[in-house]
Ligand binder design. Structure first.
Ligand code: ATP
Ligand code: MG
Length: 496
């Protein structure tokens, strides 16, 4: 084989209490897509951030085309031909899509040196066209959905004309169709000689895009394998260090009284006459493609967006919900699609978990810090939150572990009705199973759960009943075991 484009030797990085990378070796060849896999907190993002210049290494050597380099900062990385798509999106919400794509590289006019806006817009359009997406480049990023933000971020990396692109979970929020186009884009990039390191928790993606995979566990490299020798079971065993057993541990549920009834919920032009009932102990899956209106429905139910028509009944009583505060008081909990939305990054794990249920942790107006800490400890164990201490600040946790904290917060809230929007996105395979176990426990405890998911196996295996959503309407309903993957997909497209 030829000389690797990138060679990493003994890369090492420690944080207080964590050996994030323990002498990791990796090489990357021209036109190679190299998967980087591992559990939440295994060190994947740290590895990539060192290569992209946003984190400094403690030790080890990095060679580009055989030349040793000392990557000092992101600009330097870019000069060396390395670009990165970050896991925690790094766009500036107040700026437009075009401004974000060319951030720090806005084209200048020849005369007077002002910013050449028409050219900026044209080039941004071009970058998105290459991905086959139509997002208005003059739109502010704050108005975009999470999938569109991810596409903008990808377009930015691709437009940099770099030789090595590091993708840190680039596709987690994309629709199936967008993901297909993105894979196609990856193949096209490869053809032009670009090399890629690719991080994803969707193991099924790896054979679609990767030539080889490297697995990290607790900061150590376990092995590098060619893709054709790395089936899913092998990868899971390498990642987790053991067999994980049943992937969807669904318990029988005992359905109780009705907890929620939604009648004729409408937001003009977006949600059309939505009706549903939810019982105690029931897990109601809502399946649909990205943009079907599932998140909008959840937001409306939780009082974030105003509804134009419709009635909501909780335990038979009509309730008016016009803010999240009303919703929480009425017994609702909502784990948002963008999990990091509701986290206080500068604060530690325990207050983040107890936030919506603070009343339970107060006595005479004082917070019972010990109880709070014990509760947090329980969730850290149950969900396998990878942290050197209970009182760790959220900002220092890996992306997936931050998401687990967001999930723990709502699991702990004792809500009567819990809306979970893509609860396992970005969470590693072993921990997913723990999440399902906790969802089971909550439903056994009498909570009604609305499980919004675009993962077919997840809804099919975990839900007692499934509603299919398309274009802002519920278009089909199935009981557990009644529908196959094909049925659900067919219902989604039938309406269009
Ligand atoms: N700035 C930081 N300060 C302290 N610890 C950190 C910091 N960044 C990362 N860590 C720790 O280093 C370890 C590796 O984190 P990293 O983000 O690389 O994991 P990851 O493999 O990307 O996980 P995920 O799948 O959740 O994204 C984790 O234990 C994390 O808590
Ligand atoms: Mg990460």
């Amino acid at each position: 084989m030829s000389l690797p484009v990138l060679k990493v030797e003994g890369l090492d990085k420690s944080y207080p209490g964590v050996h994030a990378l323990d002498h990791v070796d990796l090489d990357l060849y021209e036109m190679e897509v190299h998967g980087l896999l591992g559990e939440n907190g295994a060190g994947k993002s740290t590895f990539m951030k060192i290569l992209s210049g946003s984190v400094l290494k403690d030790g080890g050597r990095i060679f580009i085309h055989g030349q040793e380099v000392n990557i000092a900062n992101p600009q330097h990385a870019r000069q060396l031909g390395i670009g990165m798509v970050y896991q925690e999106l790094s766009l500036i919400p107040e700026l437009t899509v075009a401004e974000n794509i060319f951030l720090g590289r806005w084209p200048r006019r020849k005369i007077f040196g002002g910013i050449d806006w028409p050219q900026l817009v044209a080039r941004a359009k071009d970058a998105l066209d290459k991905l086959g997406v139509s997002i208005n480049v003059k739109e502010r990023v704050s108005n975009l959905g999470i999938g569109e933000r991810q596409l903008t971020e990808i377009a930015r990396a691709i437009s940099m004309n770099v030789k090595i692109i590091l993708f840190d979970e680039p596709s987690s929020a994309l629709s199936d169709e967008e993901r297909e186009r993105f894979f196609y884009m990856i193949h096209a990039l490869k053809e032009t000689g670009v090399s890629i390191i690719y991080v994803s928790h969707r193991l099924s993606e790896a054979p679609r895009v990767c030539d080889r995979v490297t697995v990290l566990r607790d900061g150590k490299k376990i092995d590098t394998l060619p893709m054709d020798r790395a089936d899913e079971e092998t990868l899971i065993r390498m990642m987790v260090g053991r067999d994980v057993g049943e992937k969807f541990p669904k318990d029988e549920t005992k359905e109780g009284k009705e907890v929620l009834r939604v009648k004729d919920l409408t937001i003009y032009g977006r949600l059309h006459h939505l009706e549903l009932t939810l019982h105690q102990g029931e897990i109601l899956g809502i399946f649909g493609l990205m943009g079907a209106g599932r998140t909008e429905f959840a937001r409306a139910l939780f009082g974030i967006d105003r509804i134009d028509e419709g009635k909501i009944f909780i335990e038979g009583r009509r309730v008016g919900i016009s803010s999240p505060k009303d919703a929480i008081e009425a017994g609702l909990g909502y784990l948002t699609e963008d999990k990091l939305d509701g986290l206080l990054m500068q604060m530690t794990i325990p207050p983040n978990i107890t936030l919506p249920s603070l009343r339970r942790f107060c006595k005479f107006g004082f917070i019972k810090h010990n109880d709070e800490k014990e509760t947090a400890k329980g969730y850290i164990e149950d969900l396998g939150i990878h942290t050197p201490r209970v009182a760790q600040k959220i900002e220092f946790l890996s992306g997936g572990n931050q998401q687990k904290v967001a999930l723990a917060k709502w699991l702990c809230s004792q809500s009567k009705i819990l809306i979970l929007d893509e609860p396992t996105r970005g969470i590693d395979v072993g921990s997913k199973i723990e999440v399902y176990r906790l969802i089971n426990e909550l439903s056994k405890g009498g909570a009604g759960i609305i499980l919004i998911s675009s993962e077919l196996p997840e809804v099919l295996n975990m839900a007692d009943r499934i509603l299919v959503m398309s274009d802002g309407s519920f278009v089909a309903a199935y009981n557990r075991g009644e529908a196959s993957q094909e049925d659900l997909l067919r219902s989604v497209v039938a309406k269009k």
